[in-house]
Design a protein around this ligand. Structure first.
Ligand code: GTP
Ligand code: SPV
Ligand code: MN
Length: 611
């Protein structure tokens, strides 16, 4: 079996036996062409199209997308060059239980990843890919993750039989000629093979081969399952590259906070899927009249490396935003609302009789004759008209708040890391860790309620370290080790914070207004980075002192602020116990520093209970 599937990626050192087979390879062809021909031999498409990324080509791809019965052109007057695509109703979110990391040793993926051995995976998924593109066009998409001239950028190639995927990749990455030029002779690219297959969830599988820099995805046309540059490459494969090469690939937004006088301080924040990254990165600051303004560098991913200046430098590997539509409106995210008026692909939103997109929270009532995301005439009995994980794909440069530095080749200097999640209780609005090691522990103990971004139950609290639970391409214990070690190497490390916009009061409502008001928390973080700002020590870290947060102009319910800041030792003891059970899964592979921080927190909590 090994030899049979070995030739699927012969040009890279193989996990199978290290042998480089040369049959079927054309010595005059580039490594890319050789790989593409080999993929075509398995998937047997009707024709192969190499994408150049041009406008003419894009129009052709969009026309091909429209030939499918689930794609529509939107109102050309009000939404020029915008499209609606409906995915299969059983294919509307990432499927974590069908996502695998394939390396020889099961222990190397750890207890939080699904594992397949590489021989078995190549066989099992090879069967699903055999003839999968019959009758279809196979598009070859060369792309760069990161600004074209950045030394932090990396090359990828995705082959796919979905024109929708091509159109999305054109927005989300630097695609076509610019990448093709670099690929002319190089075999240093992450190869991604994607096929819609028959979209049957029983025959769906997303497998990563980090040792071969190879991704195979079959049976899904949705988001992170199909746009392989995003979570598959930029997180699962890149996290293993980052571990080996001494950099960081993180599930983080990147923003710049401008202060009065014009100085911009950059921060990167890791929140789990559906927990507010896009909204924070694009916020319109409630303190704009006081000179505080937020600039967007990225909304989902950060690749970071220590610069010669001793600071951590971050680039956004993406060129567009794949944002959650529901809840996006003029009041919550006016920047996104302006950006997505043109050149945007909407997925699984509602459709008005005027051929405009509609979703819950867009700021207008549902119009009569509204069509829901499944293509049915909507009424209240049918649930939300837009799927809760419906999305817009929009070019980053269209965003009014896009940072002038968003394509800076050397990235932006990161001064703060912010962890956060959805916690109805327990976690205060904001706290600051004591140092890097404690901050790593804060990230490692993150918990969050699940959202509609992945299939499965919504609202279940689970541990989601650094928001990387579904995205870390190797054993998470080793990932914690990587965090601890890299912290020692950064001469000017970012300070580490934790936020929670989602704490609820006794009435069940959110205590904090969120969105643009979150700038008040960012302002305190900035002050702490600059060694100013009042803070009080608690067992879990520093929280803003009595006058620490700028609250002028904000009406909070009586007692809300106290409840938002409250650190209840009994709650935290329970939280620690839950974390301990999670950490126990890693056995002796868990870094001792994590256990040490656990112990220290436990002691601080016990002390704070005694009067
Ligand atoms: P992914 O793109 O899936 O990784 O999600 P994300 O982290 O970018 O989350 P996003 O900003 O799209 O927000 C997800 C949901 O949370 C949306 O419905 C938002 O309206 C809501 N949300 C975002 N920020 C806030 C906030 O500050 N407060 C409250 N209450 N809700 C928020
Ligand atoms: C997420 O779920 O974190 C997303 C959407 O950003 S997806 O691209 O589907 O992963
Ligand atoms: Mn997002």
């Amino acid at each position: 079996m090994a030899a049979k599937y070995h030739w699927l990626r012969p040009q890279l050192p193989s996990v199978t036996d290290g042998m480089r087979l040369s049959f079927r390879r054309n010595p005059l062809a580039t490594p890319l062409e050789n790989w593409v021909n080999e993929v075509a031999a398995i998937t047997t498409p009707n024709r192969i199209v190499y994408c150049d990324g041009s406008e003419t080509e894009n129009r052709r791809i969009l026309a091909e997308m429209l030939l499918g019965d689930e794609a529509f052109k939107l109102n050309e007057k009000t939404y020029p060059n915008c499209y609606l695509h409906r995915s299969s109703p059983n294919d509307v979110a990432r499927t974590e239980h069908l996502t695998f990391i394939s390396v020889p040793n099961k222990d190397d993926v750890g207890p939080t990843n699904n594992w397949m051995d590489p021989y078995g995976a190549k066989h099992k998924v090879g069967v699903l890919l055999k003839g999968a593109m019959r009758g279809r066009t196979m598009y070859v998409i060369p792309y760069i993750m990161g600004p074209a001239d950045s030394p932090l950028s990396k090359l990828g190639v995705e082959v796919t039989d979905s024109p929708y995927v091509v159109a999305n990749m054109r927005i989300m990455s630097r695609m076509g000629k610019v990448a093709q030029e670099r690929l002319a002779t190089s075999d240093d690219f992450v190869a991604g093979l994607h096929s819609l297959g028959d979209l049957d969830p029983m025959r769906r599988c997303i497998v990563h081969f980090p040792q071969e820099k190879l991704i195979w995805s079959v049976g899904s046309g949705y988001g992170g399952n199909a746009l392989l540059g995003k979570k598959c490459f930029a997180l699962r494969i890149a996290s293993t590259m980052a571990r080996d090469q001494g950099w960081m690939a993180e599930h983080m937004l990147i923003l710049g906070l401008e202060a009065p006088g014009g100085k911009v301080t950059y921060m990167a924040a890791a929140f789990p899927s559906g927990c507010g990254k896009t909204n924070l990165a694009m916020m319109v600051s409630a303190l704009e009249s006081q000179g505080y303004r937020v600039w967007t560098v990225g909304d989902d991913l950060a690749w970071m490396k220590i610069g010669c200046d001793g600071y951590l430098h971050a680039i956004n590997p993406e060129a567009g935003f794949f944002g959650v539509a529901p809840g996006t409106g003029q009041n919550t995210n006016p920047n996104a609302m302006e950006a997505l008026r043109s050149n945007t692909i909407f997925t699984n939103v509602g459709l008005t009789p005027d051929s405009e997109p509609w979703w819950e929270g867009i700021g207008a009532p549902p119009p009569p004759g509204l069509i829901n995301w499944k293509g049915e005439v909507w009424d209240t009995s049918k649930g939300p008209a837009a799927h809760p994980n419906s999305r817009y794909t929009v070019p980053a440069h269209q965003l009014p708040s896009i940072s002038p530095e968003w394509e800076a080749a050397s990235g932006v200097r990161i001064s703060a890391f912010i962890f956060g999640g959805r916690r109805a209780r327990i976690a205060p609005l904001v706290y600051e860790s004591f140092d890097w090691q404690h901050g790593t522990f804060v990230g490692a103990t993150m918990g969050s309620e699940t959202t509609a971004t992945a299939t499965g139950e919504v609202g279940i609290t689970r541990r989601d370290p650094m928001a990387m639970l579904p995205f870390c391409g190797y054993n998470m214990a080793d990932y914690f080790r990587h965090w601890i070690e890299i912290g020692k190497k950064i001469p000017h490390p970012p300070k580490i914070f934790h936020v929670n916009w989602f704490r609820r009061g006794a009435d069940g409502n959110f205590l904090w207004p969120g969105y643009g008001e979150n700038v008040r928390v960012l302002k305190w973080i900035l002050e702490r980075v600059e060694n100013r700002g009042s803070a009080e020590e608690t067992p879990i870290g520093y929280v803003p002192g009595g006058d620490g947060l700028t609250l002028d102009g904000l009406q909070l319910a009586p007692g809300a602020l106290e409840e938002l800041m409250r650190v209840n030792p009994a709650d935290w003891h329970r939280e620690l116990e839950d974390s301990r059970q999670f950490f126990d899964k890693f056995g002796t592979r868990l870094p001792c520093e994590i256990r040490e921080e656990h112990e220290k927190l436990s002691n601080r909590l016990s002390r704070s209970r005694t009067p």
